[in-house]
Design a binder for this molecule. Structure first.
Ligand code: ZN
Length: 474
C-alpha cells in the first residue's frame, strides 16, 4: 500500500473528480441490467431462456449497416450442438430484428418471430449431441444496441447484441465469432479478436473482418467505426490502441497513459497476463462498456481524464472486465455482482496502486454511503438475485456498489495475502467459464483455510434491515 496523497489542493480536486467517476462507475455497463429487463419473468430461469436446448459453438456473421438510414441487413450462420433429445423448435434472441429467411443446408426452415425471439423449426426432431448449422437472414433499424451517428460518420454497438445479431443473449452461452462489417470507405474500425482482413467493396465501402478465437458470451460482441485519430502502445505482450474522433493522438496518449500499467496490475491480481490486443475507443456518447478485447467510453469522459489524470475509475473498471466479466462470467444475471462488484472493486484497487490509499478509501466511502442509503430506504438486497426481472437503480447500486464494498470487507477480514491469493485462485480456476457465487466462496475458503459461511450469509446471501428508531410510545 502507498501513503495517502499529501497535497491538500490536489487532494480536493482529486476527490471532486473521484466523486464524479464514482457516479460514472455506478452507471457503467448498466445496459446489462436492460438485458435482464428484456426478459421479464424469464432470466435467470434456465429452462425458459432462448438457447436452453442447444450449445452454440460459433457464429459467422456479416453485418451491413446503412449509416445514413440508421438500418442494417445481416446474415448469420449459427453452428451448435443440440442438448435435448428430440428438440425441434429452437429459440434464438433476435431483439426487434425482422427475420427474412432461415435455412439449414440450403433447405428453408419455418420460423416465427415471437416478441424478442425467433423460434425456428428444424426439418426433423434432432438427436441429442447432433451438430447443426442454420443460416438466418434479417434486417432491422435498431433503436438501441447499435448506435448510428451519421453527422460524424460513426457507428458502434451498445451491448444489446441481439438488436443487431441473431444470437443467444444468455451470459453462460460462450461461442467463437467471425464477424464481417461493411462500413463507408475511409473509416477506422475496431472489433472483437484479430483483424483477418480489410477489403474494398464497390460503392465506396470497405469490409472489416475479425475473428474472435476465444469463446465469449455474446453481450461482449461488438464493433465501432468512425473517423478516428489513433495512438498506440504496448503492455507486456499486448498491443494497445487508443482511438477518438475528437481528441488528437498526443491527447489520447495522455488519457490512456496508465493503460499499460493497469493491464499489468490486473494481470498480476488475476494470475493471468492480458493476452491479445486491447483497444479503447472514445465514442460520441455512452456510459462505458466492455467488449471482448476493447472498451468504449465517451469523449466527454476522455476530456475529463485529460483535465485530471486521476479520474481513471471508469477506464480501470472497463479494463478489469477483460478478466472479471469477459473471461470469468456470471452464469446468469442473478450473479451479476461477480461481474460488476468485481470491476468496481478492482478499479479501486488500481487507483490505490496508482494514487495511494486515499484514492481507494474515497471509493470505499462512496460504496458505504450508497449502501447506508439503501438500508435507510429499505432497498438493501442480497447480492444474489433469484428472480431478477426488472432491475431498478437501487438493484444496480446493490450489484455495483454493495458488491464492491463486500469485496472490500472480505479483503479486510482475510488480510492481503489470503484475499489476493483467493482472487487469483478463483480467477485462474474459472477463466473462460461461467461462475456462480458459490465458486467464489469456495476459492476464498480454500485460500484462507476458513469457513466463510457466516460472512457470506450476512453480506452476500441476505439483506440487512436498517435498525429503525423505536416507535414512540402512545
Ligand atoms: Zn461494468
Amino acid at each position: 500500500m502507498r501513503d495517502a496523497l499529501k497535497q491538500p489542493r490536489r487532494l480536493r480536486a482529486h476527490s471532486r473528480l473521484l466523486r464524479r467517476t464514482i457516479a460514472a462507475g455506478v452507471l457503467a455497463c448498466a445496459a446489462y441490467a436492460g438485458l435482464a429487463a428484456a426478459n421479464p419473468g424469464r432470466a435467470p430461469n434456465e429452462a425458459a431462456r432462448a438457447g436452453a436446448d442447444i450449445d452454440v459453438l460459433h457464429y459467422t456473421a456479416r453485418i451491413e449497416p446503412d449509416l445514413a438510414a440508421k438500418s442494417l441487413r445481416g446474415e448469420v450462420a449459427i453452428r451448435f450442438i443440440v442438448r435435448r433429445q428430440g428438440a425441434q423448435r429452437l429459440d434464438f434472441d433476435a431483439g426487434d430484428l425482422d427475420i427474412l429467411a432461415v435455412s439449414e443446408d440450403k433447405q428453408a426452415l419455418s420460423f416465427e418471430k415471437i416478441d424478442k425471439r425467433v423460434s425456428v423449426r428444424l426439418a426433423a426432431p434432432a438427436a441429442a449431441g447432433s451438430r447443426h448449422e442454420i443460416d438466418i437472414v434479417y434486417r432491422g433499424a435498431p433503436r438501441f444496441g447499435l448506435e448510428f451517428h451519421p453527422e460524424r460518420s460513426e457507428l458502434y454497438t451498445v451491448f444489446s447484441t441481439s438488436q443487431w445479431l441473431v444470437c443467444i443473449d444468455a451470459p453462460q452461452e460462450r461461442a467463437t465469432l467471425d464477424l464481417t462489417v461493411t462500413v463507408p470507405e475511409g473509416l477506422k474500425a475496431v472489433g472483437n479478436g484479430r483483424l483477418v482482413s480489410k477489403s474494398a467493396l464497390g460503392g465506396r465501402r470497405e469490409a472489416y473482418r475479425w475473428r474472435q478465437d476465444a469463446a465469449m458470451p455474446s453481450y461482449v460482441y461488438g464493433f465501432a467505426a468512425g473517423r478516428y485519430n489513433e495512438a498506440g502502445g504496448t503492455s507486456e505482450n499486448a498491443a494497445l490502441r487508443y482511438l477518438s474522433s475528437d481528441l488528437q493522438a498526443p491527447q489520447l496518449r495522455r488519457v490512456f497513459a496508465d493503460t499499460p500499467d493497469m493491464l499489468r496490475f490486473f494481470g498480476r491480481r488475476a494470475g493471468i497476463r492480458y493476452n491479445g490486443s486491447y483497444s479503447q475507443v472514445l465514442v460520441a456518447k455512452t456510459i462505458g462498456q466492455e467488449l471482448a478485447g476493447f472498451s468504449l467510453m465517451s469523449e466527454a469522459y476522455g476530456r475529463e481524464v485529460l483535465d485530471d489524470p486521476s479520474a481513471q475509475a471508469l477506464i480501470a473498471h472497463e479494463a478489469a472486465h477483460q478478466w472479471w466479466g469477459n473471461y470469468v462470467t456470471c452464469r446468469d444475471w442473478g450473479h451479476f455482482w461477480l461481474n460488476e462488484g468485481f470491476a468496481n472493486f478492482m478499479a479501486a484497487a488500481y487507483l490505490q496502486h496508482r494514487f495511494g490509499d486515499e484514492a481507494y478509501r474515497k471509493q470505499v466511502e462512496g460504496w458505504k454511503r450508497r449502501l447506508d442509503k439503501l438500508r435507510e430506504t429499505g432497498k438493501d438486497h442480497a447480492l444474489i438475485y433469484e428472480h431478477w426481472t426488472r432491475p431498478s437503480a437501487d438493484d444496480r447500486a446493490v450489484v455495483y456498489q454493495k458488491g464492491a464494498y463486500v469485496l472490500h470487507l472480505l479483503r479486510e477480514e482475510l488480510g492481503e495475502r489470503a484475499f489476493w491469493g483467493g482472487v487469483r485462485a478463483y480467477t485462474r480456476a474459472h477463466y473462460g467459464h461461467s461462475v456462480v457465487t458459490a465458486d467464489f466462496r469456495r476459492a476464498m475458503e480454500r485460500a484462507s483455510g476458513r469457513d466463510l459461511g457466516e460472512f457470506f450469509a450476512r453480506w452476500v446471501e441476505s439483506a440487512e434491515v436498517a435498525a429503525r428508531p423505536a416507535a414512540p410510545a402512545k
